[in-house]
Design a protein around this ligand. Structure first.
Ligand SMILES: Cc1ncc(COP(=O)(O)O)c(C=O)c1O
Length: 395
């Protein structure tokens, strides 16, 4: 097939990189030990604090999100430490693997992949640990394999009810910059993020937003660390520098993306994602297909995952959509492989992009012969226009 126009990248990350951000990267590399660089670092670190909603430091690594996850563990924990990792889906499995390979004792809290981490389960597990042998609780905020968003505020409240001092480590890779996240208010100790989703950048940067408690823990943590060590980064960041060669052009991109998020206003960014998620679910339900997330309080605003009807392979459907309409949809991961399709509606995105995405899916269902009801796109368009204020008459 010969493709014309723009490819539709509707996987739940990497997301579409806005032209403004692409242009910001198209700039000569500068001296990473010079004054222009120090000003760049300062603007970025200030802007990131507003997005994480923290007054604490944010450590930036040239890495993917998985690297930032490893950094969160090795900076705060010691071999043999106990960590509760909530099973939410594929990405909680990734966390479990990293923790186990570092010699942590992982209690993998079994959960239904269609629901978020349970605050009552957390409370009872911590209440059963009166001598505080559990050092960390690990939760994926938005489980990108299922489209389920755990309620971090409720989990923190459960920890506080039993006055348990474990560190709260949260993976916000597919939520930050798309779904409200409140590092300080929720007393999150380490938040882990990658650049390629709500921050609208190409892949290549990893982030740890860290609390004072996490920094205190890092002083006695004994897991091996060198490249991932927060201390030299925090020390050099004070002067606007890094202890290694940073990913300069990705930092130009980050500066521009942060400006864009602040120009739109974070609250408006979240509302936009909520509207697009609601319209997407309206389409999926109208088609008569089943959304993976079972609890409407936990619906993800950054992406939607839905099941293919029995007997219809999700990967065949995705390849038909790619071949006919040049659109990439997210693959089903781990035990959802072949059964689930994931729609990314996060990052640099607008109503018409969503309308086109849903049209591509509805046409794909028809071409692939997947049984469905007509009218999903029409219902989504109605949902998108319901909350648009009527145009004011020109005076
Ligand atoms: C929730 C979540 N955690 C972790 C990761 C891993 O990030 P990366 O692929 O950048 O290493 C991803 C990637 O999609 C993710 O969605």
């Amino acid at each position: 097939m010969h493709c014309t126009g723009r490819h539709f990248l509707q996987i739940p990350g990497p997301t579409n990189v806005p032209d403004r951000v692409l242009r910001a990267m198209d700039y000569p590399v500068i001296d990473h030990r010079g004054p222009e660089f120090a000003a760049l670092t300062r603007e970025i670190l200030d802007g990131l604090g507003l997005v994480f909603k923290t007054s604490g430091p944010v450590v930036i690594f040239p890495s993917s999100g998985t690297g930032a996850a490893e950094a969160a563990l090795v900076n705060t924990l010691s071999p043999g430490d106990r960590a509760l990792v909530f099973e939410t889906g594929h990405f909680s499995q990734v966390w479990r693997g990293i923790a186990e390979r570092h010699g942590l004792q992982v209690e993998y809290v079994p959960e239904n992949w269609r629901l978020g981490a349970s605050d009552t389960e957390l409370e009872s597990r911590l209440a059963a640990d009166p001598t505080h042998t559990i050092q960390a609780v690990v939760v994926v905020h938005n489980e990108t394999s299922t489209g389920v968003t755990s309620r971090i505020g409720a989990l923190r409240a459960a920890m506080n009810r039993v006055r348990h001092p474990a560190l709260l480590i949260v993976d916000a890779v597919s939520s930050l910059g798309s779904i409200d996240f409140r590092q300080d208010e929720w007393e999150v100790d380490v938040t882990v993020v990658g650049s390629q989703k709500g921050l609208m950048l190409p892949p290549g940067l990893g982030f740890n937003a860290v609390s004072e408690k996490a920094i205190a823990a890092s002083r006695s943590a004994k897991l091996g660390r060198s490249y991932w060590d927060w201390r030299p980064v925090l020390e050099q960041n004070r002067n606007g520098f890094f202890p290694y060669t940073p990913a300069t052009n990705l930092l130009f991109a980050l500066r521009e993306a942060l400006r864009m998020l602040h120009e739109e206003g974070l609250q408006n960014v979240f509302l936009r994602h909520d509207r697009h998620a609601h319209a997407t679910r309206t389409a999926v339900k109208t088609w008569g297909l089943e959304i993976v997330c079972e609890d409407p309080r936990e619906y993800s605003s950054s992406m939607t995952a839905f099941f293919m009807p029995d007997g219809h392979d999700a990967d065949r459907f995705r390849s038909i959509v790619l071949e006919h309409f040049d659109m990439s949809l997210g693959v089903g991961l781990s035990k959802l492989a072949g059964r689930v399709v994931r729609i990314g509606h996060l990052g640099s995105y607008n109503d018409l992009m969503l309308a086109a995405t849903l049209s591509g899916i509805e046409m794909g269902l028809r071409v692939a012969g997947v049984p469905h009801r007509e009218g999903g796109v029409t219902a989504a368009l109605r949902s998108l226009t319901q909350d648009v204020p009527a145009a004011q008459p020109i005076a």
